[in-house]
Each structure stands twice: as structure tokens, then as C-alpha cells.
Ligand binder design. Structure first.
Ligand code: FES
Length: 270
């Protein structure tokens, strides 16, 4: 007589460690969320001249340690962390991203847990109901994401301007480890932003035919080539933005020093 174990249907026939990727993402996302909440609310140690943490950029309130546009856009009345003003833009962009949706639906909800593995829940309603139907705003979050990426590129450019002495307000050309990290971070964020599925749609995917539209065809091909690696850029840019934040915070707290080449001074440890 067949045993119960032999007759019970298996949840999946997969024998490979299919859960490994989701478990890794669960750890990565949880760590990033916890650290972001801490760094975004602490309202200190987010600027180590000339480096501004990407979590606080653009810094627009009067209580900013370093004003991105030289003058505040939000007045003295605001005394919470400046990061709170801008966090909604990158957060909504990433939360509604097609790649992240797949990743966190798998990692957090097990819905589905992986290919050929059934959902943890019996009923599946997809993204047809509140709150998941709001994922459709993704296309609108792309435009602010482009603006933020441009400002981060400007921050990275400013990171090539080193103070001539600690606390000095005169600057000269220099490249520190922070400059390198910020530049790599902005490159990854730009790759992530411009490999977006909506960007692909915008530059050409929405057209019925490319006849007579050579520029659209070229752009669509370029974005399509980037789009293949969108998931990788999503993860690497998340890691790089966190790494830059941690590096600047440790510098601002005096825990580490920044190795740098400064014009006229050579290699120094700032
Ligand atoms: S689909 Fe990932 S950012 Fe748009």
C-alpha cells in the first residue's frame, strides 16, 4: 500500500537550490531598508567635504549641512532630516520597478517563490487590486528619477573639488576614494535608470514601426541592449548607493580617513 508521503503531491519538482536567490535578496533588502531608515532619520554625519551622501541629495532645506543649490528651497520651519523631502522619489521608482517587483514578491511574499514553485497563498489576484494596482505609477516615477540621477552626477562632479586644507573654503582639483565611489555609484544609477523598461518604451517601444525614425531605432536598440542587464544594474546600484552612504558617514564621524590625490599636495590621507 502506498504511504501518505508517496501519494502527497510535491510542492515543486525542482531539485536545485531555487530558494537561494530569494533568501539572498531578502537579506540584502532587509539590511538596506533598516540602514536607510536609520541614515535617513538621524539627520547628522551625511556631509564630509566635498562628499554629500546620496541619501540626502538634493539637500534643499535650510538646516542642510551642504545646500545642493546654494540656497534653501525649504525654510527654517523644517527641523527634521532633509532626507525626508526626497526619499519618496527614489523609493517609489525602485518599489514600482518591474525587476524589484519580481524580486521582492519572491523574497518577501513567496508569490510566486520561484519559477515552477507554487505561491505560498492559495489565492492570487496579481496586481489588480489596491495597493498593488498602484504599481502602475512606475512610468511617472521615471522622470523624477532622471532628475535625481542628474543631481547625483553633479554631486560626483563636485567631489573632484578638494578643500585645500581641512575646514578651508578654498578648493583645488583632487580625487579621493570618495570621488571614485561616488562616480561609480552615479554610473550604476544612470545605467539602472536608462535601462528601465519604461525608458525602452519611451524611446521607441511605443512606436508601431521604425520606418523613417532612425534616431528612435538607434535609441531603442541602445536601451534594449542595456535593458537585458536591468536586474543587475538594479542590485549593483542599490549596493553602491548604500556603500557610498556608509563611506561618507564613516568619514564624517571621523572613523576613517579618505586617501586622496590633491593637486599641489600629492597623495594625502585627509
Ligand atoms: S523597470 Fe526597473 S526602473 Fe523601470
Amino acid at each position: 500500500m502506498a504511504t501518505v508521503a508517496a501519494t502527497a503531491p510535491k510542492r515543486t519538482l525542482r531539485r536545485d537550490p531555487w530558494w537561494l536567490e530569494s533568501a539572498g535578496l531578502l537579506v540584502l533588502f532587509s539590511a538596506f531598508i533598516l540602514y536607510s531608515v536609520y541614515a535617513g532619520l538621524v539627520n547628522a554625519n551625511y556631509y564630509a567635504d566635498p562628499y554629500l551622501s546620496p541619501f540626502y541629495s538634493p539637500c534643499i532645506s535650510a538646516n542642510c549641512a551642504h545646500l545642493t543649490f546654494g540656497a534653501p528651497i525649504v525654510g527654517e520651519w523644517w527641523n527634521l532630516a532633509p532626507a525626508i523631502f526626497i526619499v519618496g522619489f527614489p523609493l517609489s521608482f525602485r518599489l514600482t520597478c518591474y525587476y524589484y517587483r519580481k524580486a521582492y514578491y519572491r523574497a518577501f511574499f513567496w508569490s510566486p517563490a520561484a519559477c515552477s514553485v507554487p505561491d505560498a497563498r492559495a489565492a492570487y489576484s496579481g496586481e489588480t487590486k489596491v495597493p498593488f494596482i498602484w504599481q502602475n505609477i512606475h512610468r511617472w516615477t521615471w522622470y523624477p528619477a532622471v532628475v535625481i540621477a542628474t543631481i547625483l552626477a553633479y554631486d560626483a562632479l563636485l567631489a573632484f573639488r578638494m578643500p585645500t586644507a581641512p575646514g578651508a573654503h578654498t578648493y583645488t582639483f583632487g580625487i579621493g576614494l570618495g570621488t571614485v565611489l561616488m562616480t561609480v555609484n552615479v554610473a550604476l544609477i544612470l545605467l539602472y535608470t536608462f535601462s528601465c523598461h519604461f525608458c525602452r518604451y519611451l524611446v521607441g517601444g511605443r512606436l508601431d514601426r521604425f520606418w523613417g525614425r532612425p534616431l528612435s531605432l538607434r535609441l531603442w536598440r541602445a536601451v534594449s541592449a542595456l535593458n537585458v542587464h536591468h536586474g543587475r544594474y538594479a542590485i549593483w546600484s542599490l549596493i553602491s548607493v548604500g556603500a557610498v552612504e556608509v563611506y561618507i558617514r564613516m568619514l564624517a564621524m571621523g572613523w576613517i580617513r579618505d586617501p586622496a590625490f590633491i593637486l599641489g599636495q600629492g597623495f594625502v590621507l585627509r
